[in-house]
Design a protein around this ligand. Structure first.
Ligand code: SF4
Length: 475
């Protein structure tokens, strides 16, 4: 089988909340579908279009905004650049007029209520997140195209494999933690240095650096915005945003004017254990409240778990070593390689593996990244990732009302704290004595995913989703 090449920009993708698999992935699928119609010269002759959502996309699609994402994708909008403040108006307009400007160019009749079908009881065998585009053309021709949103915003078309990045010749092809360690030993590179060598197969170091720092900029803006936005989250659960109030409380009147002076104001509060702990929670809550509000976030490796990595990185900046671009690079490159190993050897899709695949993986990524930035050896970095995942094994996905809010938002605070604990444990340990390897825990996560009842795989058919008296119709 061909080696799956996954770049740092496949793991970290700029998009719009609330879900990488149920929002960003379907959006990308719609974009790909349009691209294929354009390539065959048939886009301008579309007369009729229908979208079928299967399995988990149907069951939690309303709460995750899957229909909205598909509509925006079909309209030719891009999740990286589309103004999130215009989503509601655009969707309302489309619902009212029942007209769609396909790819922003060709007007067709399209009634979102009739033409997007949620097939709650049907699932396609390859993956629980399937969507099918049925299209008819002016010449009477018809076509069906099936896509799968396989987690973290990755999309594959029926018959494709992998869903990773473009195929390149990597100097260090890595599928397992063992291979990663062997390459590091052989070359003397740190994990982030080795990842950078691989990234050079796609683009120059300067381009990679600019791209990674842009990812960080989006994470930073998202956290800052989330810490300064009040109100209720959309969707009907009436969940109050908490990050802004916590931010205010922790700062005790200290003033600031921008991100940098905000970090200084945070630092000025000292480093007491509970103060630090509260800030880690505040950072994570902020990102995931933005995510739940259709805000601009970075998949890390998914949207539901988008708060863990920014929270741990901002903990590092505020309480460990300050803000340095080199450290940001080190942090995000290391994290991406760990996410890539989980993607290749297990899954980063909650519809396949429950929340261990989202919060568990993000926690492992953050633990490894923090450990490298704090001076840990390559073995300690891998050990930190292993510890973080080991204590997320079996974590189920059971979002109430199908919304990425409860337990998702708080769960990011837990993932971040476990990452910091795992990193500290690894830094205080001799990894030669570890009984469990990262590869063993990756395999265990996959075995657990296979054994997990589908009720706990992003279907909202089990767990908290059925034990809290709120029905989807109320949302
Ligand atoms: S419970 Fe976990 S996996 Fe499921 S939607 Fe929430 S964050 Fe994602």
């Amino acid at each position: 089988m061909a080696h799956e090449c996954i770049s740092v920009f496949d793991i970290f993708k700029i998009g719009i909340g609330p879900s990488s698999s149920h929002t960003l992935g379907p959006w990308r699928a719609a974009q790909r579908f349009l691209g294929e119609l354009e390539a065959t010269g048939k886009l301008s002759s579309v007369t009729n279009l229908q979208v079928l959502l299967y399995g988990s996309l149907a069951k939690t699609g309303h709460g995750h905004g899957t229909d909205i994402a598909v509509l925006l994708g079909l309209c030719g909008d891009d999740p990286v650049t589309f103004d999130v403040n215009k989503i509601n108006d655009k969707i309302d307009d489309l619902r009212r007029t029942r007209k769609m400007m396909l790819a922003g160019k060709y007007e067709i009749d399209f009634d979102p209520v009739e033409d997007i079908e949620f097939l709650f009881e049907e699932s396609l065998p390859f993956h629980p997140n399937a969507l099918v585009f049925l299209v008819a053309f002016a010449d009477g021709d018809k076509r069906a195209a099936t896509y799968y949103s396989i987690g973290g915003g990755f999309v594959v078309q029926e018959g494709e494999i992998g869903g990773g990045g473009s195929s390149v010749d990597l100097p260090f092809p890595i599928d397992t933690a063992r291979q990663l360690l062997q390459f590091c030993i052989k070359t003397g590179f740190s994990i982030s240095e080795l990842v950078m060598e691989n990234e050079l197969a796609w683009r120059s170091e300067a381009e990679t650096r600019a791209g990674v720092l842009n990812i960080w900029r989006v994470m930073q803006e998202c956290t800052y915005r989330g810490c300064h936005t009040t109100g209720e989250l959309p969707g009907g659960l009436k969940v109050a945003r908490r990050a802004a109030a916590l931010n205010k409380k922790l700062l005790k009147g200290r003033t600031y004017t921008d991100y940098n002076s905000w970090i200084e104001a945070i630092r000025a509060g000292g480093a007491h254990f509970t103060y630090t702990l509260d800030w880690v929670s505040c950072f994570a809550l902020a990102v995931n409240e933005e995510n739940a509000s259709f805000g601009r976030v970075v998949t890390a490796p998914t949207n539901g778990a988008a708060g863990v990595i920014p929270a741990v990185l901002q903990y590092y900046i505020a309480f460990c070593d300050g803000l340095h671009d080199d450290r940001i690079m080190q942090f995000l490159l290391t994290a991406s390689e760990i996410g890539s190993i989980f993607k290749k050897r297990s899954t980063i899709s909650a519809a396949m593996g429950g929340c261990q695949a989202e919060i568990g993986v993000s926690s492992a990524m953050a633990a490894a990244a923090l450990t490298e930035c704090l001076g840990g050896s390559q073995r300690q970095v891998l050990m930190a990732a292993e510890i973080a995942m080991e204590h997320h094994l079996g974590l189920t996905c059971d979002p109430i009302g199908g919304l990425v809010q409860i337990p998702c938002i708080e769960r990011n605070t837990m993932g971040a704290i476990k990452a910091i604990t795992a990193s500290q444990l690894a830094l205080q340990s001799n990894p030669e004595l570890a009984k469990v390897s990262l590869d063993a825990v990756v395999k265990t996560m996959w075995d657990t995913a296979l054994d997990m009842n589908s009720k706990y795989k992003e279907t909202s058919d089990g767990g908290l989703a059925v034990n809290i008296p709120i029905s989807l119709s109320e949302c």
